[in-house]
Write a protein that binds this ligand. Structure first.
Ligand SMILES: C[S@@+](CC[C@H](N)C(=O)[O-])C[C@H]1O[C@@H](n2cnc3c(N)ncnc32)[C@H](O)[C@@H]1O
Length: 226
């Protein structure tokens, strides 16, 4: 999920539908395991979107922890509010985090802003808000693997996976490949999410070639300590 920088209510709703598939529920559990959250920690979810993972993180850091769910989209913040979890939902962006210096133990950002070259302003903000001894995790698509990765290469030919990998490793981040997938309840749900993800020509081309309601999907988990 890459191209959307602004979410209107309809796009936010369709995106939320994609997040409730069993595969994404399982992937959130795997990500939670890798984050290894501890009670009392302060967690920052940048580009938290509809807030599914943020809500699960809030349960993991009780008692005494806090989860700050930051997103520039009011539609997304509204969906996050509907999770009913103890989230501190804030308007803001990766480039201008609404948090004080040295205040975060764990940062997570999935499919949001941190896509490699160009995200230096957000990385500078991380240097400011992350506490000494804290850890950060970024999840992005892996265009080198999976059916979805092939679609991604077609939709975003200017993104060079080698340059992206070099960018993260030069900044001291480590890559962990993670496999996941989408399985929608209806073909219409799959089609609407593909049409959000890609421009019209790419979306129609991949939908014409791909049958059914499932697609395998590979991501990279980038991590580093501060
Ligand atoms: C594809 S959604 C991912 C949502 C969520 N991280 C997840 O995986 O469930 C991308 C989110 O990034 C947010 N976003 C866009 N530009 C951003 C920025 N500059 N800083 C932080 N978040 C941003 C969008 O509003 C949207 O909610």
């Amino acid at each position: 999920m890459t191209k959307m920088l602004r979410f209107d209510a309809e796009a936010a709703r369709k995106t939320e539908a994609a997040y409730t598939t069993p595969e994404l529920v399982a992937q959130r559990r795997e990500v939670l395991r890798l984050l290894a959250l501890q009670p009392g920690e302060s967690v920052l979810d940048i580009g938290a979107g509809p807030g599914f993972l943020a809500a699960e993180m809030a349960a993991a850091i009780e008692p005494g922890g806090r989860v700050f769910a930051v997103d520039p989209s009011e539609s997304m913040r509204e969906l996050a509010r509907s999770r009913g979890a103890a989230l501190e939902i804030r308007s803001g962006s990766a480039e201008a985090l609404p948090l004080p210096d040295d205040s975060v133990d764990v940062m997570h950002a999935r499919w949001a802003y941190f896509f490699g070259p160009g995200c230096e302003p957000g990385l500078a903000e991380l240097d400011r808000v992350m506490r000494p001894g804290s850890r950060a995790f970024v999840i992005d698509n892996d265009p080198t693997r999976s059916t979805f990765g092939g679609w991604f290469r077609r939709g975003y030919p200017d993104i060079d996976p080698t340059a992206v990998e070099r960018f993260w490793s030069t900044q001291g981040w480590t890559r962990t490949p993670v496999d996941m997938g989408w399985r929608f309840s209806t073909r219409a749900d799959l089609e609407s999410v593909v049409r959000i993800e890609f421009d019209e020509a790419t979306a129609e081309a991949v939908l014409a070639e791909h049958e059914g309601v499932e697609v395998d999907y590979a991501v990279n988990l980038w991590s580093r300590g501060f």
